[in-house]
Design a binder for this molecule. Sequence first.
Ligand SMILES: Nc1ncnc2c1ncn2[C@@H]1O[C@H](COP(=O)(O)OP(=O)(O)OP(=O)(O)O)[C@@H](O)[C@H]1O
Length: 282
Amino acid sequence: MSDAIEEPGTTSEMDVSTVQTNANMAKDDVVLRVENLQKSFGALVATDHATFEVERGTITGLIGPNGAGKSTIFNLISGFYEPDGGTVTVNGTDVTGTEPYEVAEHGLIRTFQTPRKLEGMTVREAMLVGPRHQPGESFVKLFTDPKTVGEHEQQNLADVERILEEFEIDHLATQPATDISGGQMKLVELARAMLAEPEVLLLDEPVAGVNPTLRNKLAEQIQRLNEQGTTFLLIEHDMEFVMNLADPIVVLDRGSVLTEGPPHAIQSDTKVIDAYLGGGGV
Ligand SMILES: Nc1ncnc2c1ncn2[C@@H]1O[C@H](COP(=O)(O)OP(=O)(O)OP(=O)(O)O)[C@@H](O)[C@H]1O
């Protein structure tokens, strides 16, 4: 586990029954279930009995004011933080407290708000880091000593070429990964995550700081992948983007689920408007 600041929790004593209303909404085929999730950093309660479900095949939005606890929930779901309480279930399996690679093995992958540093790598090389079933052989061998690489690596390389084309970023393959724009990096991150063939993909602010052209491209790619079967849970502050793309929308406020519903209902919900006005804004 890699909690940056980890102290024994002072978890809220809030009555659980008051914060479970959204869990009661029946969903057909649940791919991700978060139940009564709790996480404190010292005295600060970041996740407070959070409960929601993501239905397979949806693009579900996760919104809320600054500091509402969105990224913490992503870290708890994907195994980067260990919860103080509650459960995370992926594809029917309880993955609470397991390592990120184990959560990935159950079909859940996440991206980060700020993609990790990829100094010294081309885009193609960056794409080869970390696909889900990749065994130990180094991707570097693919380029330095291709005859020695195993079948898995050859397959990975073929998959990278295919995905670069599908995402229309094959022209970036030989560019240093540090030289491409922020928006192109977000596309590379999305494409790279798809190499792991996730059933559910968690995107943390996929269009933050991205220009309108690339933002549209990202929306098109997310829609295309969704139509092909990938379920998405996405955090995004760009309300136009998230309201056009996601349905349903789950609203977090002070670590708890405030409400959930279709975009038009969320946009006119006074509870949500109050939370944004009273919180850190978008
Ligand atoms: N590792 C940590 N150590 C201490 N406090 C943390 C840590 N991670 C998050 N927090 C705190 O938990 C609260 C929720 O933070 P989080 O980043 O999850 O919110 P968020 O909704 O993603 O915010 P934003 O929209 O601004 O990114 C904040 O008060 C934050 O300062």
